[in-house]
Design a binder for this molecule. Structure first.
Ligand code: ZN
Length: 92
C-alpha cells in the first residue's frame, strides 16, 4: 500500500481523505464496512469523481478476476491510478 499512501496525501473537498477511501474500497465492495463507514464513503464518492473512477476500476477488475485486494492490483492498474491522481493533483 505504500504507493497509495505516498500518492494520496491530499484531501477531497469534504469528508474522508481520498487515501482512506481507497483503503476502504475493497471492504466496501465486500460489504465489510459498518453502516456509518459506508455512509461516509458514499458521501465522499458523491463529491469525488476520482474515487468514483477508482471504485469503477476496482469493480471491473473484480468482475474480470473474481476477487481483488489493493495489493493485487496489476502494475498497469497502479500506473493508471498514479496518472489519474497525479493529473487531479496538478489540476487542483
Ligand atoms: Zn476521493
Amino acid at each position: 500500500m505504500s504507493f497509495l499512501s505516498g500518492l494520496l496525501r491530499f484531501r477531497a473537498p469534504a469528508g474522508l481523505p481520498c487515501q482512506q477511501v481507497v483503503e476502504m474500497v475493497t471492504d466496501y465492495l465486500e460489504s465489510a464496512l459498518s453502516a456509518a463507514d459506508r455512509r461516509r464513503l458514499e458521501h465522499h464518492l458523491a463529491g469525488c469523481p476520482h474515487c468514483t473512477e477508482y471504485l469503477a476500476q476496482i469493480r471491473e477488475t473484480i468482475r474480470l478476476a473474481g476477487r481483488i485486494t489493493p495489493e493485487s492490483l496489476t502494475p498497469q492498474m497502479r500506473s493508471d491510478l498514479t496518472d489519474l491522481y497525479r493529473r487531479w493533483r496538478t489540476e487542483g
